[in-house]
Design a protein around this ligand. Structure first.
Ligand SMILES: C[S@@+](CC[C@H](N)C(=O)[O-])C[C@H]1O[C@@H](n2cnc3c(N)ncnc32)[C@H](O)[C@@H]1O
Length: 453
């Protein structure tokens, strides 16, 4: 599935850059491109020298800006979507690849058609739709996200149609500009509030990274000394960018553990004991106060560090240590053992697992094609503790575990602590994907939840 049926014209122009090649009647995606000139496998091998990809401690990864796919009339001009996540499968690492719908076209659709976990996602105004402490590793290769720059917040008032407002007055003295444009028969007045915050996107990465998690970056500004000409950028600008990135990472209390050629790697601390001391001296940034660290549905990003659960011993892992993969799948995770999730105990967790093993076995007897290798992309619309995904995990499938944002208990953190992936969602809205991207959709207790809404 990670391969596609071949269309030779696609390949002939791309052979030199090694993004795609024909093998029999299949297209194979070695990765390639400017970031991975020798292919994504060599790129991941390089990361493996620094990040213990094979240890079983790295199970969930986030790839921000997962791909290019620019389609011409006759040929595909660029094509390397979610190859990083595809390559990590060799290490039993499950990668959530995200990218917006932009000039790179239907990159997420293409990733899903390759059978890779992906969804539309962007670092913009709102938090990513995942709980805090979800990913063991986050990655950006040439994703061009302005990690250290100011973001833009705007209030978009559409005259003549239903208005939609995204207004925040947290920054009331910020410079303000307006724009009037016309779309079909209505006028749009947009007021931009330029945000007075910087580094907010990296703070969001910090929120979703696990204690001790890794942040892997390649592309500008890393390795600017050798690459600035190829990127057609000024060396001084890139140098300044890298200095600010290093400074911001230091202020998040991350430790830079390597810079090897085009790749730089930082590590988030396993707890905030030292960071609390450092931040007292630095004054900026500050720890976020009184916000739910796990809130991730239409929740605006804040320019602050999400505090890790408190510990008293410097050697402790905040929130509790996870088992290694695959043991973590069926062991009650810390969010249950610590009693922080309402309604979930070790006992209910174990019972839930037993129930889902029986149900999935029953599904298999009714739906004969389940287990016949016909399905790859599966969605569970109301995943609860992730029991369905765990029970089906022996098959060659991956499950997008969806936890409705207004579910009685927020269980998505538990799902991630089991080494599974998923997202928050409001089923009154469209899912952040493309049509026809899932092979099987599982719904348990969804419709009763939305009755009368
Ligand atoms: C030049 S491509 C790099 C693709 C791939 N990572 C690689 O190295 O070949 C940039 C990618 O970043 C994505 N991107 C740009 N801004 C983003 C943002 N704010 N949040 C998420 N993705 C973003 C683009 O949609 C695109 O997928």
């Amino acid at each position: 599935m990670v391969q596609q049926r071949a269309f030779p014209k696609v390949v002939c122009v791309q052979e030199i850059q090694n993004w795609v090649r024909v093998e029999g009647d299949r297209l194979v995606f070695p990765g390639g491109g400017t970031s991975f000139p020798k292919g994504v496998k060599d790129y991941v091998d390089e990361i493996r020298r620094v990040v213990p990809l094979k240890s079983g401690n790295i199970r969930t990864a986030l790839d921000v800006g997962c791909g290019d796919l620019l389609v011409g009339f006759e040929i595909i001009v660029k094509i390397r979507v979610a190859s990083f996540g595809a390559s990590l499968m060799d290490y039993n690492i499950l990668t959530m690849s995200i990218a917006p719908m932009d000039i790179h076209e239907a990159q997420v659709q293409f990733a899903l058609e390759r059978g890779l976990p992906a969804m539309l996602g962007i670092l913009s105004t709102y938090r990513l739709p995942y709980p805090s402490r979800s990913f063991d590793m986050a990655h950006c290769s040439r994703c061009l996200v302005p990690w250290t720059a100011y973001g833009t917040q705007y209030w978009n008032l559409e005259l003549g149609v239903k208005s939609s407002c995204f207004l925040s007055m947290r920054c009331p003295n910020a410079p303000l500009s307006t724009q009037i444009s016309q779309f079909q028969d209505h006028i749009i007045l947009t007021i931009f509030f330029i945000k007075c915050l910087d580094g907010v996107y990296l703070m969001e990465i910090d929120r979703v990274l696990r204690p001790g998690g890794y942040w892997v970056v390649s592309g500008p500004p890393i390795s600017w000394k050798s690459s600035y000409k190829g990127w057609e950028r000024k060396a001084q600008d890139l140098e300044k960018e890298q200095i600010s990135l290093e400074d911001l990472a230091r202020r998040l209390c991350w430790k830079k553990i390597a810079e090897r050629g085009p790749i730089a790697v930082w590590r988030k601390p396993t707890n905030h004991i030292h960071c609390i001391q450092k931040l007292k001296a630095w004054k900026s940034p500050h720890f976020c106060a009184e916000t739910d660290p796990d809130a991730g549905w239409y929740k605006e990003m804040d320019p602050c560090i999400t505090p890790l659960p408190k510990v008293t011993d410097i050697r402790s892992i905040s929130g509790g240590a996870l088992e290694r993969w695959p043991k973590m799948l069926n062991t009650a995770p810390p969010r249950i053992r610590n009693g922080v999730t309402r309604g979930a105990t070790v006992n209910t967790f174990n019972k839930d697992n037993q129930i889902w093993i029986k149900r999935v076995s029953y599904y298999g007897s009714v739906l004969k094609s389940l287990g016949a290798g016909k399905y790859r992309n599966i969605m569970d619309m109301n995943a609860g503790l992730g029991g369905f995904a765990a029970a089906i995990s022996k098959q060659q499938v991956w499950v997008m575990n969806v936890v409705p944002f207004d579910a009685q208990n927020n269980t998505l953190g538990i799902v991630y602590e089991r080494g599974l992936i998923g997202t928050y969602m409001n089923w009154c809205e469209a899912f952040s994907t493309y049509p026809r991207t899932y092979d099987l959709i599982h719904a348990h207790g969804v419709f009763s939840m939305y009755m009368g809404k």
